[in-house]
Design a protein around this ligand. Structure first.
Ligand SMILES: NC(=O)c1ccc[n+]([C@@H]2O[C@H](COP(=O)([O-])OP(=O)(O)OC[C@H]3O[C@@H](n4cnc5c(N)ncnc54)[C@H](OP(=O)(O)O)[C@@H]3O)[C@@H](O)[C@H]2O)c1
Length: 356
């Protein structure tokens, strides 16, 4: 486990000979903001940094705080905000398509968007596009890659840009920050949680924990394992990481158990070891800068719980192996998928996204 000083020292050694292009989806607060700020400081602003979120005012304040390189230090740098409602796959696709037309490449894509609906242990529901509220934010929007928001981003729009970075001999790394290594499994049925939502007891909804909401939270974490595994198989030359940030003092730090149990959340929050977002960002950045290619499951200090590199000629074959915790025949610590359940998840995801 690296200490904070080790992580900071390793980050301080990052001195690219190219202008890195880094996208932080969820970069307007919390861990994503702190990572973007640390990245800007480390590059002395000589980077193309894109914050994605909804709050333009906050974004402009963050961007204004970044160091600005002198003209003699070179050009090609930019610090910008792109507005996007991440639970809408149509909106995510539009943003990704626009970025694809004007960006030459992407070196780092960090997915951290979160929010009260995604963290609610009480409320479950559907987005206007018919996706589960929790999964839309935590999984599906990856046309930046594969979570409902995370899947949509990565899949079509960003892959060519990441691939181009590799063609230039530069790093290309997608990092989704959620719940790696927490032991949640990818199931084989009710992947969109429609049955779970239908079975939710409406009485006292908003006051007590809902099983469908709990499932939404846990599934999001598990599905992100499947997401990084599947993308790594499709793109063996690119790095894909699912990482757990630990308990971090951000707006999203509290889970939402409903008013009846809110005092319990306060007690749990008090008892847990909660670290500042700047400290978490150093560990996350350390992991972001420390991967060449393959799939990585990492803990809150950036330590690799497990990893796998697919051979370059690997044709993704998620099929029959139903052993949970195995990927491509390799045991993976902290990994919640099996090849069979990841295949089922991707099949479900492609079908769900094809109707939007
Ligand atoms: N903090 C913790 O203790 C903790 C623990 C375990 C896991 N995690 C996970 O780690 C990641 C980062 O957590 P965090 O605490 O830093 O999150 P956070 O502070 O809640 O981050 C919120 C970010 O998500 C964006 N966002 C929220 N709703 C959005 C929407 N509908 N559309 C677009 N963007 C939206 C926000 O931007 P706008 O406000 O501009 O919309 C902001 O940039 C999340 O995946 C979280 O689930 C956190």
């Amino acid at each position: 486990m690296p200490t904070l000083q080790v992580a900071e020292a390793s980050n301080a050694a990052f001195s690219p000979t190219y202008i890195p292009i880094a996208v932080f989806a969820g970069g307007t607060s919390g861990v994503g903001q702190a990572m973007a700020e640390a990245f800007a400081r480390q590059t002395n602003g000589l980077a193309h940094i894109i914050l994605i979120g909804r709050n333009a005012e906050v974004a402009q304040t963050i961007l204004a705080s970044f160091p600005k390189p002198a003209p003699s230090e070179g050009d090609g740098w930019a610090h910008e905000f792109v507005q996007c409602e991440a639970t809408s796959m149509k909106a995510v696709r539009a943003v990704c398509a626009a970025l694809r037309t004007r960006l030459e490449r992407i070196n780092f894509l960090v997915l951290t968007a979160s929010g009260p609906k995604a963290n609610s242990m009480v409320e479950c529901g559907e987005t206007p596009e018919g996706l589960d509220n929790h999964l839309a934010m935590r999984y599906t929007s990856p046309e930046l890659d594969t979570s409902t928001s995370r899947v949509t981003c990565t899949q079509k729009s960003y892959s060519p840009l990441l691939a181009r970075a590799r063609e230039y001999g530069q790093p290309a790394h997608v990092m989704t920050i959620l719940g790696a290594g927490l032991g949640f499994k990818i199931p084989s049925d009710d992947l969109g949680l429609a049955a779970a939502r239908a079975g939710t007891v409406k009485m006292l909804q908003g006051a007590v924990i809902s099983t469908a909401a709990m499932k939404g939270m846990m599934r999001g974490a598990a599905y992100n394992d499947g997401l990084v595994a599947w993308f790594a198989a499709q793109h063996p030359d690119i790095a894909f990481t699912h990482i757990y940030p630990g308990q971090v003092a951000t707006a999203g730090k509290l889970f939402y158990p409903g008013w009846l149990l809110t005092p319990l959340a306060w007690i749990v929050g008090y008892l847990r070891h909660v670290i500042p977002q700047d400290e978490c960002a150093q560990y996350m950045l350390h992991a972001l800068l420390d991967a060449e290619h393959g799939v990585f499951i990492r803990d809150n200090h950036g330590d690799v719980l497990s990893s796998h590199v697919f051979p370059p000629d690997h044709q993704a074959r998620f099929a029959d192996d139903s052993r949970v915790g195995f990927l491509d025949g390799v045991p993976m610590k902290g990994y919640g998928g099996s090849d069979a359940t990841v295949a089922g998840l991707i099949d479900y995801t492609e079908r769900a996204l094809s109707t939007i």
